[in-house]
Design a protein around this ligand. Sequence first.
Ligand code: NAG
Ligand code: NAG
Ligand code: NAG
Ligand code: NAG
Ligand code: NAG
Ligand code: NAG
Length: 482
Amino acid sequence: MNTSSSSSSFPLFIFAAIIFLRCLNPTGAATCHPDDEAGLLAFKAGITRDPSGILSSWKKGTACCSWNGVTCLTGDRVTALTVAGQSDVAGSFLSGTISPSLAKLQHLDGIYFTDLKNITGSFPQFLFRLPKLIYVYIENNRLSGPLPVNIGSLSQFEAFSLEGNRFTGPIPSSISNLTRLSQLNLGNNLLTGTIPLGIANLKLMSSLNLGGNRLTGTIPDVFKSMTELRSLTLSRNRFSGNLPPSIASLSPILRFLELGQNNLSGTIPSYLSRFKALDTLDLSRNRFSGIVPKSFANLTKIFNLDLSHNLLTDPFPELFVKGIESLDLSYNQFHLKMIPKWVTSSPIIFSLKLAKCGIKMRFDDWKPAETYFYDFIDLSENEISGSPARFLNQTEYLVEFRAAGNKLRFDMGKLKFAKTLKTLDLSRNLVFGKVPATVAGLKTLNVSRNHLCGKLPATKFPASAFAGNDCLCGSPLSPCKV
Ligand SMILES: *[C@@H]1O[C@H](CO)[C@@H](O)[C@H](O)[C@H]1NC(C)=O
Ligand SMILES: *[C@@H]1O[C@H](CO)[C@@H](O)[C@H](O)[C@H]1NC(C)=O
Ligand SMILES: *[C@@H]1O[C@H](CO)[C@@H](O)[C@H](O)[C@H]1NC(C)=O
Ligand SMILES: *[C@@H]1O[C@H](CO)[C@@H](O)[C@H](O)[C@H]1NC(C)=O
Ligand SMILES: *[C@@H]1O[C@H](CO)[C@@H](O)[C@H](O)[C@H]1NC(C)=O
Ligand SMILES: *[C@@H]1O[C@H](CO)[C@@H](O)[C@H](O)[C@H]1NC(C)=O
């Protein structure tokens, strides 16, 4: 292009155009480094399907710093790459592999490839060739194969997430070399073996997630050095044995402790009650036994408590939490008799699950401080009598109501429930009257083994949802007699 002399106003126009483009592109680069452009175009070439056009702005010869997801913080060099599908939008994903040519982007400090769902291939080796890279999030794709044994040479990394892929094999012991990490997330893969003891070296760790793998052995006693740890997730693995004593040293700042769905045993340690910042405690689906320490009364900030499916026994302590949001004590050996007062008085509770908790009360005597936020209720397998009708008529956002195996006695024909309700399980109670037509809007219904009668409304539910009543008739049961 000849910009020098054809017209005196032309350079001014170029200048104005550059200013204009800089305003459009806050990263300030109208063009980009040829290495970066080549690397990005090679990445695009490795993508075989992009139905929602995530990469449609990536065109050769255009300013790559302004391509969707490309950030250049320093002149013409690409410093971060963000390619994200939207987990809730159908068609928002990419198929293909991650091109190793991304190693040309020598100034990259962050890679964020999230929810692309259909990206395959093995561990991306080009990560080893990017000296400035410190933040890597390659989440919810379909990468597979083992983690490289020399993963520890990525020692400049500060945040590393490979969550939601299909990586197999052990966590390499060289992970102990990633001493600058404050976040490590290997959750929801297929990793096996034990947690390497060297993980104790990761002293800056603020969030550690190894949940949803196939890890075995005991939880190693490595937490004394992790003085910054705020979130620890080891749920959904095959860990066994007791909680390691060094978890106690996390008491000043730990907010999330999620150890559910393992094979952990022993008693619940009373030191947990010193965790002043604890917001979420999930010990569900393990083999914890004995009592819940009385000192749990001191957990005044706990919002989410899940101790369900263990072998815990009475008495359950009275808590002084100001507002529990979500509570699950189901399927232990508790005999609570009543829904606890500190639950009933919570102004913010949305999920209450107290199945098989030895509750013997009239539903009508339960007067919760709020009904507005309730999404989930499971009071199955108790000895609750009376009627939930008044309660159900007050809920606005309830999604699930389960109360199978109680002594509820009320006229189902008059039942009113929130339009949001998807699941209603009233099986094995003493419910009478007709099945109302409004149940047709539910996803799951079970009113089997009650005293219902009359012609069923048209629904898609199987016969077992209605079996064992006094005189129900019509599809899917036998036709009504005329
Ligand atoms: C995912 O990728 C594979 C191979 O790369 C392809 O065969 C498959 O059709 C893709 N799935 C979708 C939903 O596009
Ligand atoms: C650990 O990190 C250092 C650099 O900090 C590196 O020289 C060494 O090779 C790494 N070791 C492993 C096992 O990756
Ligand atoms: C659970 O741990 C116990 C030992 O505490 C062991 O005997 C049992 O086999 C383990 N169960 C599973 C399913 O791993
Ligand atoms: C709660 O903690 C205080 C000290 O922080 C202690 O004195 C008290 O006994 C604890 N309460 C219970 C019920 O353990
Ligand atoms: C449901 O509540 C409304 C007021 O909010 C009331 O008028 C109505 O009678 C109630 N219905 C039942 C079945 O309790
Ligand atoms: C309803 O519950 C009964 C037992 O309570 C069970 O046998 C039946 O399979 C359930 N049916 C449906 C559709 O969930």
